[in-house]
Design a binder for this molecule. Structure first.
Ligand code: ACM
Ligand code: ZN
Length: 765
C-alpha cells in the first residue's frame, strides 16, 4: 500500500515537472528529455567554481525563498559524490566596463563588446544538475531556466521537499545580444522598488538591458551635483489641476539600482535626452536655450520648440559636466543621448546657432544637429563610452561610432545597418507598449522580426536586438504592469529564441502557464489581446453590429445608450447581432470564467442617409489612420476622443474633398462632419468645411460654409462638429471640401510642419 502510494506520488511529480518544462519562456534552443530524474532534497548542495560563485549565491538565496531551507554552497574543490547542483563557468563577464574597454584598440574593443556571453548547457542525472557555461552570465540564464522548471509554488515560497524534476538536456543561448525594455520614468515617476521588480522580471525572462529614460520635458530625474537646480526645479511640474508632481533618483539610489541590475546581468543604459525634450533642464537653467527666456517644466505632452542652443559654448560645458557625472554612475559601455523630435525652429532664428553653422561650414540645421551629437559623442568617447541615439540622428549624416535605435518604423535601422552601424530595433508598429491592444496585441509582438528582409547576412549582424518602449504619458506607475505584461514575454522570446518557425498558438499556451508566475513576481499582468471583434454591416439605413468573441470561452454582455451619455448599465447577454437604427453608444464587457477580460469596450454609431453609399475621395488616407477603409466616412461609425481608435480617417498637409452618391434624389435637412483637434500632435480643425449638392454630380450648388470659432491654441484632445442645419434641399450628390489648417503656426512647437486633418464621418440627415 505504502509502495503504491509513493509510486503514484513520484509519477505525479514527474508529470508536474514535464508540464513546466514545456512552458519555458523564452523557448530554449535545444531541449531533450532524458530518462532520469533528479530529486531536490534539504541535503542538496550547491557547488560552484570561482567564476560561478556569485551565481551560486543567487541560486541559494532563491532556493531559500522557494523552500524556506538554507542550502549549503560549496567550492568545486570539495564536491560531494551526489545530490548537488553544479554551476561552472570559465570566466566572469561582470559588466564590460568603460574602464576595461578604454585602453583597448578599436577592433578588440568592438569584439569584447559584442561577445556572446549568454550560452549555457543544463544537464540532469540522478545525482546532479549541472549548469555550465563559458561565462557566469550563461550560468545565470541556466538558473533562470531551472527556476521555470519548478512549479509556481517555488515562486510563492511554498515548494515542498523532496521535489523530483524530470531529466532534461538543454543547450541554449540568445539570438540577439541586446534584449531591452525602456522605462520612461519622466512622464510618470517610478519608485526604486518598482524598478527593482522590473529588473527581477527582466532577468526571469533572460532580458539584459534596462533603458532608463531619465530626462524629459516633463521632468529631470537624475541628481547632478554640479547643477542642483536640475532636480530642485527640473524634477517638479505643476499639473493642470495645480498639484505638484515629480521626483528624482539620488546618486545612491542610482548606484543601488545599477548594482542590483548588474547582479542579474542587466546593463542599465541611461538616456540623457539632447538636444530636444529638454524643457525641464531649460526651466532650471534658462541660459541653455537659444532665447534664454524662462519656461516651465512642461505639464503637457508633445514636442516642444525650446531645445538646447547649439551655438552657445555654455550648452556644451553644461552637457559635458552632466555626462561626466552620468558616466561615473553607469558602468554601461553605451550612453543613450536621445536625439529624437528636436524641432529646429529656435536654431533657425538664433544668431549663435547660425554663426555656428557658418563657422563649421554646415549646410543646414540638420547638419547642426549632427555637429551637436558628434561633439557629445567625442566627449563620451574620451570617457570610454559609445552613444546610442534615436533614428533622427541619421538625418544630418550618421555620427561615427553611433548605435541607432530605430523607432519610426524599421527604415532608419535598415539604412544604418547598411552603412555599417549597429542597430536596436523598436519600431512603433510592434514595440510601443504604451499603445493599446487594438494596435499592438501579443500576437503582433510575437510576429516581430527585428531583421529587415533586405539586409544581407553580414548587414544583419548589425541588428543587435530590440527593445520594447514603455512611454508613460498615459501610464502612471500602477498601470505599467498591465501594459508591459504579457506582451514583453513575446518580445523576450523573439529576441532570445528568434523563432523562425513561429507557432503563436503554442507560445500562447505557454504564456497561460506564466500568469500565476507573474502574479508571484508581484506583477499585475494585463491581457494579450482584445477579446471582442466588432463587425458592423450596413443594412439599408441601419447597422447590424456583430460582436465576435476573439477566442473561446469569452462571454459578452452589452448595453446601448444615446451618445453623449454614460454607457448604459443594464447589461444584456449578447446572442444575436444588434440592430442599430439611431445614434447609439454601444458598450460591451467581455468576461472569461466570470472574470472581466479587459476594460469595457465602447463604440459610437450613427446610421444616416449616406450609409455605405458610393464615395469618392480627393486624397489618399494615411495608412496609419484609414478609419477602417475606403468607406470609413460613410460607415456609420463615429470616433472617440482617442484619435487612434480606428474610426478616424486622416490626411496630412492637404485638403480633404469627398463626394457621395446617394443613389437617388434624397431629402436633405442636415449635413455634419466631425473633426479632431490636438495641436500637440499637429492635428488641427479645418479652416472651413464647405458643403455642396448636385443632381448630376457635375453642376454643384453651394449649401453653406462652416468655419470654426475655436481658438487654434486651445490645448487638449477633442473633436468638433461642423454642422449645417435646416437645409431643406433634395439632391442625389453631396460634396464636402475641408480646407487644411495649413502648416503648424509660429507659436506652435513645430512651426512650418504640415498639419493633419482627422475626420470620422460625413453624416447626411
Ligand atoms: C520616441 O518615441 N520619440 C523615440
Ligand atoms: Zn541657439
Amino acid at each position: 500500500m505504502v509502495k503504491t502510494f509513493s509510486f503514484i506520488a513520484v509519477f505525479l511529480l514527474i508529470i508536474d515537472g514535464l508540464r513546466s518544462q514545456q512552458n519555458i519562456i523564452p523557448r530554449p534552443d535545444v531541449l531533450n528529455t532524458v530518462a532520469t530524474q533528479f530529486t531536490l532534497t534539504e541535503q542538496t548542495a550547491i557547488v560552484a567554481n570561482r567564476a560561478a560563485m556569485s551565481e551560486a549565491q543567487f541560486l541559494a538565496s532563491w532556493m531559500f525563498e522557494a523552500t524556506g531551507k538554507q542550502f549549503s554552497v560549496i567550492d568545486m574543490a570539495s564536491m560531494p559524490q551526489e545530490n548537488f547542483i553544479l554551476l561552472s563557468a570559465s570566466k566572469k563577464s561582470n559588466e564590460v566596463t568603460s574602464e576595461s574597454l578604454k585602453s583597448l584598440p578599436d577592433s578588440v574593443r568592438s569584439r569584447v563588446l559584442k561577445a556572446d556571453r549568454s550560452k549555457y548547457k543544463l544537464n540532469f542525472s540522478s545525482k546532479s544538475i549541472v549548469i555550465n557555461a563559458e561565462f557566469d552570465q550563461g550560468v545565470f540564464y541556466g538558473i533562470q531556466t531551472l527556476r521555470q522548471l519548478f512549479p509556481v509554488e517555488a515562486e510563492l515560497q511554498k515548494l515542498k521537499l523532496p521535489y523530483a524534476l524530470p531529466g532534461l538536456m538543454i543547450q541554449d543561448g540568445a539570438k540577439f545580444p541586446h534584449r531591452g525594455l525602456l522605462l520612461d520614468c519622466c512622464r510618470h515617476f517610478m519608485s526604486v522598488e518598482f524598478i527593482k521588480k522590473y529588473i527581477d522580471a527582466l532577468a526571469y525572462y533572460k532580458m539584459n538591458i534596462l533603458h532608463w529614460h531619465l530626462t524629459e520635458d516633463q521632468g529631470w530625474r537624475i541628481q547632478i551635483d554640479k547643477y542642483p537646480l536640475l532636480t530642485e526645479v527640473g524634477a517638479w511640474r505643476i499639473e493642470k489641476d495645480g498639484t505638484k508632481y515629480g521626483g528624482f533618483y539620488t546618486k545612491n539610489q542610482i548606484r543601488e539600482i545599477v548594482a542590483y541590475a548588474s547582479a542579474r546581468h542587466i546593463t542599465v543604459i541611461p538616456e540623457i535626452e539632447l538636444p530636444g525634450h529638454s524643457s525641464a533642464a531649460i526651466a532650471a537653467y534658462p541660459s541653455l536655450s537659444c532665447t534664454h527666456a524662462p519656461i516651465q517644466v512642461e505639464n503637457d505632452w508633445g514636442v516642444f520648440k525650446d531645445i538646447y542652443c547649439a551655438g552657445d559654448e555654455y550648452t556644451f560645458e553644461f552637457l559635458e559636466s552632466v555626462l561626466a557625472e552620468v558616466c561615473e554612475l553607469f558602468p554601461s559601455a553605451y550612453i543613450h543621448i536621445g536625439g529624437d523630435e528636436a524641432p529646429k525652429f529656435r536654431w533657425e532664428e538664433c544668431e549663435k546657432c547660425q554663426k555656428r553653422i557658418k563657422k563649421e561650414h554646415l549646410k543646414n540645421e540638420a547638419e547642426l544637429q549632427t555637429y551637436f551629437i558628434e561633439r557629445i559623442a567625442t566627449f563620451l568617447q574620451s570617457k570610454g563610452k559609445s552613444i546610442i541615439g534615436w533614428d533622427e540622428i541619421l538625418e544630418g549624416g550618421i555620427p561615427a561610432d553611433a548605435m541607432i535605435q530605430s523607432w519610426r518604423g524599421m527604415a532608419g535601422g535598415e539604412h544604418a545597418a547598411k552603412a555599417g552601424h549597429d542597430v536596436v530595433m523598436s519600431p512603433t508598429s510592434h514595440c510601443y507598449f504604451d499603445y493599446g491592444l487594438s494596435s499592438i496585441d501579443m500576437e503582433k509582438v510575437y510576429n516581430f522580426d527585428p531583421i529587415p528582409a533586405s539586409l544581407t547576412k553580414a548587414e544583419s549582424m548589425h541588428i543587435r536586438g530590440g527593445e520594447c518602449n514603455m512611454w508613460t504619458e498615459h501610464a502612471p506607475q500602477e498601470t505599467v504592469d498591465s501594459k508591459v505584461f504579457p506582451r514583453i514575454l513575446a518580445l523576450a522570446e523573439v529576441l532570445w529564441s528568434y523563432p523562425e518557425q513561429r507557432n503563436y498558438q503554442e507560445f500562447s499556451k505557454r504564456v497561460e502557464q506564466h500568469y500565476p508566475r507573474l502574479k508571484a513576481l508581484d506583477i499585475q499582468s494585463g491581457f494579450p489581446k482584445i477579446p471582442v471583434a466588432m463587425v458592423p454591416t450596413p443594412r439599408e439605413n441601419t447597422l447590424m453590429v456583430e460582436l465576435k468573441p476573439a477566442f473561446e470561452p469569452i462571454f459578452i454582455t452589452y448595453a446601448l445608450a444615446p451618445p453623449g451619455t454614460e454607457p448604459g448599465d443594464k447589461l444584456l447577454p449578447y446572442i444575436n447581432p444588434i440592430v442599430i437604427d439611431r445614434p447609439t453608444l454601444l458598450s460591451a464587457q467581455a468576461t472569461m470564467t466570470e472574470m472581466r477580460y479587459t476594460e469595457p469596450m465602447m463604440w459610437w454609431f450613427e446610421p444616416h442617409q449616406a450609409l455605405n453609399d458610393s464615395l469618392k475621395l480627393s486624397y489618399e488616407p494615411s495608412p496609419y489612420y484609414t478609419g477602417g477603409g475606403s468607406k470609413a466616412l460613410v460607415d456609420g461609425r463615429l470616433g472617440s476622443t482617442n484619435f487612434r481608435d480606428g474610426a478616424w480617417q486622416a490626411a496630412r498637409g492637404e485638403d480633404m474633398e469627398a463626394v457621395i452618391d446617394l443613389g437617388a434624389a434624397t431629402e436633405i435637412q442636415e449635413l455634419e462632419t466631425r473633426w479632431f483637434m490636438y495641436g500637440n500632435a499637429w492635428i488641427f480643425l479645418p479652416k472651413s468645411v464647405t458643403y455642396y449638392v448636385s443632381d448630376n454630380g457635375s453642376d454643384w450648388k453651394l449649401v453653406g460654409k462652416v468655419e470654426s470659432a475655436t481658438d487654434e491654441k486651445l490645448p487638449g484632445e477633442f473633436f468638433e462638429p461642423f454642422l449645417l442645419k435646416n437645409i431643406g434641399m433634395k439632391a442625389r450628390f453631396v460634396k464636402m471640401i475641408a480646407v487644411n489648417h495649413g502648416p503648424c503656426p509660429d507659436w506652435h512647437d513645430a512651426p512650418g510642419e504640415p498639419s493633419w486633418l482627422f475626420c470620422d464621418e460625413i453624416i447626411v440627415r
